[in-house]
Design a protein around this ligand. Structure first.
Ligand code: LMR
Length: 351
């Protein structure tokens, strides 16, 4: 190439740049929770990092609180390209027919966060995300929320207290089975309609980490909460595959890095947000909070364990066994180091 054509090429590139900058790539990131939750804050953080890293070439529009789509609608919207990014709860992938994700919904499967992170960040986590590709979806990251607590309009201490109780659940068969195992009657209701369903008596109780219970003001319609840590709620951040694969390589790499940063941030704040909202709930004094003692955890665990067996075929026996093995390894390391993990489900509770 001679100097003249080189300059022509450079000038053409200069002329193109402002036009391209005038039309940023839009990522609509839709989610169902409040902005001041672990997921909501991390979505905003991702926006900040992604826009800075791409110098404005990408614009991330975050739509919290089911503003754009509710549970049950958002996956289809992503597949159709109406939104580009979501972070649904892990058990909602059953709606897409990717049932193995229900692993994360099994009661008492993760005795602590160390086990959980090793599962998410290891072969099991990668294997599950890879299953989404056939559905036109790319899984970018796992985000955390926390262990779930039960709430109701009556105290929930013994398993017998659940008898006949109508309980709002996410659309997930494993969660429905869990409520039945306790004696309750599950009703799948979108997250955005949970407050109204509790207020109007369509359901009597529900479960969620405290960050969700607090930011949706469910304490206004739930007089009792039991700190049971009986299951876990986390998310997969996903994108439309056609959109992702069609991005210029440099932009894709910058977004992947921004996502890594947002994920590290999310993991740092998730427990803090749940602890802070629990403290705020105590200060409000509207909810009677009962911490399930060891004997209660053992009783609930006994009632709930059959759900692991019931879902062996659907989820995969090897995946469930894989989590048990990781939990045992974490426990051996913990004992060797002589450490105790906060909020750990006691050792006496074993699958
Ligand atoms: C729920 O439906 O209870 C949760 O999935 C909401 C969320 O995304 O945290």
């Amino acid at each position: 190439m001679n100097l003249r054509s080189l300059l022509l090429t450079v000038c053409l590139a200069c002329a193109l740049t402002p036009a391209m900058a005038a039309e940023p790539i839009i990522i609509k990131f839709s989610h169902v929770v409040a902005p001041n939750t672990p997921k909501g804050k991390a979505a905003d953080y991702f926006k900040q990092r992604a826009e800075a890293a791409t110098r404005g070439r990408v614009k991330v529009e975050v739509y919290p609180n089911s503003q754009l789509y509710k549970d049950g609608e958002e996956m289809e919207a992503l597949q159709l390209g109406a939104v580009q990014m979501l972070a649904p709860s892990l058990f909602k992938f059953g709606l897409l027919g990717v049932r193995s994700f229900e692993l994360f919904g099994l009661p008492y499967i993760f005795p602590n966060k160390d086990t959980l992170y090793r599962v998410m960040d290891g072969d099991i986590g990668r294997q599950l995300l890879a299953q989404l590709e056939a559905k036109g979806i790319v899984g970018l990251a796992y985000w955390d929320n926390g262990f779930k607590q039960m709430s109701a309009d009556r105290p929930l201490r013994r398993v017998g207290d659940f008898q006949g109780l109508k309980l709002r659940v996410q659309p997930s068969e494993v969660i429905e089975a869990q409520m039945r195992a306790l004696g309750g009657v599950p009703r799948a209701i979108p997250f955005s309609e949970t407050y109204a369903a509790l207020k109007n008596g369509v359901v009597d109780g529900t479960e969620n980490p405290v960050s969700n219970l607090y930011t949706q003001r469910l304490y206004e319609v739930q007089r009792y909460m039991t700190i049971s840590d009986h299951g876990y709620l986390g998310y997969a951040v996903i994108v439309n595959k056609r959109f992702w694969d069609g991005l210029p390589a440099g932009i894709r790499a910058a977004l992947a890095k921004a996502m890594q940063e947002a994920t590290a941030y999310e993991r740092r704040i998730a427990q803090q947000e749940n602890d802070a909202t629990l403290a705020a709930l105590k200060r409000l004094g509207k909810t009677e909070i009962h911490t399930l003692p060891l004997a209660g955890r053992i009783e609930w665990h006994k009632a709930l364990l059959p759900v692991h067996k019931e879902f062996e075929e659907v989820i995969g026996r090897d995946l469930i066994q894989g989590v048990y093995n990781i939990a045992a390894q974490v426990e051996r390391e913990r004992q060797a180091a002589g450490t105790t993990a906060p909020r750990q489900i006691p050792n006496s509770i074993k699958p």
